[in-house]
Design a protein around this ligand. Structure first.
Ligand code: AMP
Length: 220
């Protein structure tokens, strides 16, 4: 049962790379951004609470995302699954396709877009202690600022994300610098941080990530 955090600024490619890794290594993919967008799309009470915050490009409250993550860990239900995907979950638990799922599944998980504040890191540690999990690695996808801005603008042309406009993008990058970058130092100190170059093509970054994952999962 592995726990791997994929870290990076907006536009670093966390979502794309997390999906690819989840597929290749049989991991449950948890994206707090996707979970929140789903709440907004379904117009739930939580969705109504976070909608304007997300539209402005602010971070939503730590307690909100931590609750979403804690629940998702318990169910083992990934954010890229449209509905309960038992086969994926079995594989993420290291079980054969026909083996029954335990009552409390313990899948390997890749976290995308979480934790994003030092407070969230501390809350995640608390959750892991409760659930007898441990953090195996934090992989940071490093991309220079100009390239991040270029990519988000490019994405804005094709995405229907309402937080991909010029002003909001600038604010999301400011939020990253103020609140999220300190997460890097937090994990650097504990020796769990692995940084990779994410400035190139998707496949190049994926190749670098797979080398790290192979070593982490001892698949060499
Ligand atoms: P993302 O899809 O990861 O870029 O997230 C989109 C938006 O969701 C962010 O700009 C925040 O408003 C919110 N969000 C996602 N993850 C978090 C988090 N871990 N902490 C706070 N806000 C988050």
């Amino acid at each position: 049962m592995k726990n791997i955090v994929l870290f990076g600024a907006p536009g670093a490619g966390k979502g794309t790379q997390a999906s690819l890794l989840a597929e290749k290594y049989d991991l449950i993919h948890l994206s707090t951004g996707e979970m929140l967008r789903k709440e907004v799309a379904q117009d739930t009470p939580l969705g109504r609470r976070v909608k304007d915050i997300m539209l402005r490009g602010d971070l939503v409250g730590d307690d909100i995302v931590v609750n979403l993550i804690a629940k998702a860990i318990d169910t083992g239900r990934g954010t890229t699954m449209d509905e309960w995907d038992e086969i994926r979950l079995r594989r993420a638990c290291g079980l054969a396709d026909n083996e029954p799922l335990p009552e409390k599944p313990q899948p390997s998980i890749i976290y995308d877009g979480f934790p994003r504040t030092v407070q969230q890191c501390q809350m995640l540690e608390f959750i892991f202690r409760q659930k007898e999990r441990k953090l195996d690695a934090v992989i940071s996808i490093d991309v220079p600022q100009e390239e991040l801005v270029r990519r988000i603008h490019e994405r804005a042309l094709v995405s229907n994300r309402s937080d991909d406009t010029e002003e909001v993008i600038r604010h999301r990058l400011e939020e990253y610098e103020d609140k999220t970058r300190p997460v890097l130092d937090y994990y650097k100190v504990s020796g769990r941080l692995i940084s990779i170059d994410g400035s190139g093509e998707i496949s190049e970054t994926n190749g670098r990530l797979c080398k790290v994952m192979d070593a982490l999962l001892e698949r060499n």
